[in-house]
Design a protein around this ligand. Structure first.
Ligand SMILES: NC(=O)c1ccc[n+]([C@@H]2O[C@H](COP(=O)([O-])OP(=O)(O)OC[C@H]3O[C@@H](n4cnc5c(N)ncnc54)[C@H](O)[C@@H]3O)[C@@H](O)[C@H]2O)c1
Length: 248
């Protein structure tokens, strides 16, 4: 307990799934939270749950693909808490279609929600860190799709490969200023994002060495490690949290 006391964490896509679990895990460790999502109703429920840990939250209905909205979120967060020390770029969407039937609009949309958002949020916060000499840390949601190929998932996997690469470049560029950036590569995590229950059960029984789907809390525990000082000498990494899926 108390591993993030005195810190403020910005978490995108916190209304449900992995983002919700990370928000509640960080709150239990004493962090104040700046939360955003498109779904304000669920987000407000998460914020209320988090506040039962005696921390403070600020939450907004922010579209992570829109620079102006993120700038406002970050400005409001800093006005409320003084500084943001941790960023978790979690908001993302999944998209499943044969490569030859993926439209320009579908490709552009997933690129802007999954990749441009990471660019925007990280850049806006890093500018603050440079100005105030803050040794902040960024945790990005990549995926096993950044490392292995999946059928009907070229656009999604391309976005996660881009996130992992952008993370490494940020780590290299700002390491000398004490800023760290890492990404997490979850396997199949049991959230509303999963396309089919049937496929999930098949994966759990046949493909995942630990023989179960991941829970959002499995990812939240890794996020806590990467956000905390316990990972102080780790940067630019992509860490798998996949029950061994990628061992095949
Ligand atoms: N579930 C998995 O198996 C899995 C595996 C690997 C990686 N991931 C990644 O983890 C992250 C979270 O996934 P999840 O399973 O919790 O998904 P989810 O669909 O349950 O939750 C995603 C959240 O992001 C929000 N969101 C979507 N678009 C947004 C936007 N434009 N602006 C603000 N918020 C937005 C949604 O409203 C939702 O609350 C994603 O980046 C996903 O790609 C998930």
């Amino acid at each position: 307990m108390g591993r993030l006391v005195g810190k403020t964490a910005l978490i995108t896509g916190a209304a449900r799934g992995i983002g919700r679990a990370i928000a509640l895990r960080f709150a239990a460790e004493g962090a104040n939270l700046v939360l955003c999502d498109l779904n304000l109703k669920s987000l407000s429920t998460v914020a209320a749950e988090a506040e039962s840990n005696d921390i403070k939250t600020l939450y907004r209905p922010t579209d992570v693909a829109e620079r102006d909205q993120i700038q406002e979120l970050v400005d409001d967060g800093i006005a409320e808490f003084g500084m943001i020390h941790i960023v978790v770029n979690n908001a993302g969407i999944f998209f499943n279609a044969p490569f030859e039937r993926t439209s320009d609009e579908q490709f552009d949309h997933i690129m802007s929600v999954n990749v441009k958002s990471v660019f925007l949020v990280s850049q806006i916060v890093i500018r603050q860190w440079l100005r105030h000499e803050i040794k902040g840390t960024i945790v990005n949601l990549a995926s096993i799709g950044a490392a292995v190929a999946f059928v009907d998932s070229a656009a999604y996997c391309a976005t996660k490969g881009a996130v992992a690469t952008m993370t490494r470049c940020i780590a290299l560029e700002y390491g000398p200023r004490g800023i760290r950036a890492n990404s997490m590569a979850p396997g199949i995590i049991d959230t509303p994002m999963l396309p089919s229950q049937e496929d999930s059960e098949r994966w759990a029984n046949n493909t995942i060495p630990l023989r179960r789907l991941g829970e959002p809390s499995d990812v939240a525990d890794l996020a806590l490690f990467l956000a905390s000082d316990e990972s102080r000498y780790i940067t630019g990494e992509m860490i798998f949290v996949d029950g061994g899926w990628t061992l095949h």
